[in-house]
Design a protein around this ligand. Structure first.
Ligand code: ATR
Length: 293
């Protein structure tokens, strides 16, 4: 078999063609100065097992996993990190001496993005909009880093309650409130919130005029964080900024989950601080030149 030079990395999703991860990892490898290739593969659910076997056989170092495979991939792996187990989702697989290891760098990437923006979570109150996979990763990360309390606001309140039940069964953390997502619930939560996090998919391109909520009134005590990274400045962040909030953009978390994955694959320490601003501006440039969808 003729192997390309360097390490091989991939992404499995369905669809996968519009992902920013190949551009992100290309930039990362450029900055780190090593040869390698990162390719996105569109894999429908019924071919997931064959695709994992193929990447393993072809000598890949590891791969990322995105929608809709983050849960389904778990049963195809030999080991999971404790974070992946508690969250119930894997976004990074490492082939390690004959073992397939599943990790979750959405949660660690989220916390590194907060740290890079000077935001701390210990003993604070977080309002989390959403109760899907992205919210799970965020909530795990908040608990692991000493959050004081979490209010989950979700369109389907039963889903928020399920998330709480599962988390209570897996961790010692119990300071939760769940409410249906509404303008009133947002207004009630705002005064007590330190962190206000959009972990729904609302506001993502092309629905850029949409927002899970508009933040009204004084939000100068709040840090608003959006997991949506396309567009870079969502309507949610724009209204929060106008209300005086500090903001953290979703693209920061995207970059840090990629840095964390690359660290796992290469067993290396990456000086992220030195790379972050350059990679961010290159990715924004890429989004603007190659279209947004
Ligand atoms: P992900 O893995 O990206 O979190 P998901 O598991 O499908 O995706 O979850 C999407 C989240 O966005 C959910 O919290 C969903 O609310 P429901 O649980 O009520 O479905 C939320 N969401 C999606 N579209 C929404 C909308 N138009 N308004 C409010 N919330 C929405």
């Amino acid at each position: 078999m003729i192997q390309p030079k360097g390490k091989l990395f991939g992404l499995i999703g369905h669809p996968a063609g519009h992902s920013m991860s190949p551009a992100l990892h290309r930039e990362l490898m450029n900055h780190l100065g090593f040869e390698g290739a990162y390719q996105a593969f569109d894999v429908p659910p019924e071919q997931l097992e064959d695709a994992v076997t193929a990447l393993e056989t072809l000598g890949y170092t590891g791969f990322n996993v995105t929608v809709p495979h983050k849960q389904a991939i778990m049963k195809l792996l030999d080991e999971h990190t404790s974070a992946a187990q508690v969250i119930g989702a894997v976004n990074t697989v490492i082939f390690k001496k004959g073992s397939r290891v599943g990790a979750n760098t959405d949660s660690s990437g989220f916390m590194r993005a907060l740290r890079a923006n000077g935001v701390t979570v210990r003993d604070k109150t977080a309002v989390v909009l959403g109760a899907g996979g992205a919210a799970r990763a965020v909530i795990f990360s908040l608990i692991e880093n000493g959050i004081g309390g979490i209010r989950i606001l979700n369109r389907t309140v039963s889903r928020a309650k399920e998330l709480v039940e599962e988390t209570l069964a897996k961790t010692d953390f119990a300071r939760f409130m769940t409410t249906e997502l509404s303008a009133k619930a947002v207004a009630n939560a705002l005064p007590v919130a330190d962190l206000f996090i959009n972990a729904t998919s609302v506001g993502m391109w092309p629905d850029v005029e949409k927002s899970p909520c508009d933040i009204k009134g004084d939000a100068s005590h709040v840090c608003a964080i959006d997991l949506v990274y396309n567009p870079v400045e969502t309507r949610f962040l724009k209204t929060a900024r106008e209300a005086g909030a500090k903001v953290v953009q979703g693209i920061d978390m995207l970059i840090f989950q990629g840095i964390e994955a690359m660290q796992l694959w290469t067993d290396g320490q990456i000086d992220a601080a030195a790379l972050f601003e350059d990679i961010k501006s290159e990715l924004i440039n890429e989004m603007e030149t190659h279209g947004r969808d």
